[in-house]
Design a protein around this ligand. Sequence first.
Ligand SMILES: CCCCCCCCCCCCCCCC(=O)SCCNC(=O)CCNC(=O)[C@H](O)C(C)(C)COP(=O)(O)OP(=O)(O)OC[C@H]1O[C@@H](n2cnc3c(N)ncnc32)[C@H](O)[C@@H]1OP(=O)(O)O
Length: 212
Amino acid sequence: MSEQNSRGGDDAYEHHGGFPVYEPVKAGPNFGRFVDVFRRLQDLAVSTHAPDDVVDQAIAQAEALGDLLEPYKVGEGKSPAGFNVDIPGRGSLLLPPWTIEKFDADGVRERGHFRRYHLGGNGAVHGGTIPLLFDDLFGMVIHASGRPIARTGYLHVNYRKITPLWDELVVEGRVDSVDGRKAFCSAELRDLDGTVLADSEALMIELLPGQP
Ligand SMILES: CCCCCCCCCCCCCCCC(=O)SCCNC(=O)CCNC(=O)[C@H](O)C(C)(C)COP(=O)(O)OP(=O)(O)OC[C@H]1O[C@@H](n2cnc3c(N)ncnc32)[C@H](O)[C@@H]1OP(=O)(O)O
């Protein structure tokens, strides 16, 4: 099917700027557990104070695990990490473990929580993690709106309240207006009482053919 872009082109290459056309990478049945166990290790790596001999054993076991996985390294777009919408955080350890609830032209909503790995100071989520959540959401908002691939021009975040670890939260965003290549987007992060913890505005700029 041809894809119409905002410049009136219907060329699938233009729709993707300078990006290759990625295909979904199907994960095996164990991949969700694989991601979960690494999330647990991320939490433990930043929340333990083990005796040095235990640290030494952990290093040996982690190196053995690295040796097991190393032969299976693949290039960008070839791993199921980041491409599986059924797995929290799309199966990417970079992303917080949030699940997509709504994905359509009106916007995208995700639900999830932050973990110990995402700790900033005094029990609150790290202030750098929240723009990550919004930035990824805006990428999905563009995808869901059917617009050509875009990169973030700017991302503004207002931190309204302390964002807690572990509590279930909801983030929702949408395209508010479009001006040529520019899509102006907004989103809010809320707790389950509806209190806004942070909100964000971003400019997502459609890539020209060949732009990386
Ligand atoms: C298969 C299953 C999939 C599942 C579903 C997956 C969905 C998939 C999710 C992906 C989720 C990841 C999403 C991450 C998204 C990033 O985080 S991208 C990484 C961060 N962003 C970047 O690295 C961008 C770096 N910047 C650039 O590359 C270039 O600046 C850009 C964006 C290509 C634009 O450059 P350019 O083409 O030269 O454009 P330029 O003429 O400068 O600007 C165009 C217009 O925008 C305006 N503009 C540009 N910058 C700004 C600014 N900062 N402020 C205001 N106006 C600006 C200009 O004034 C101009 O306006 P007009 O004159 O047209 O009115």
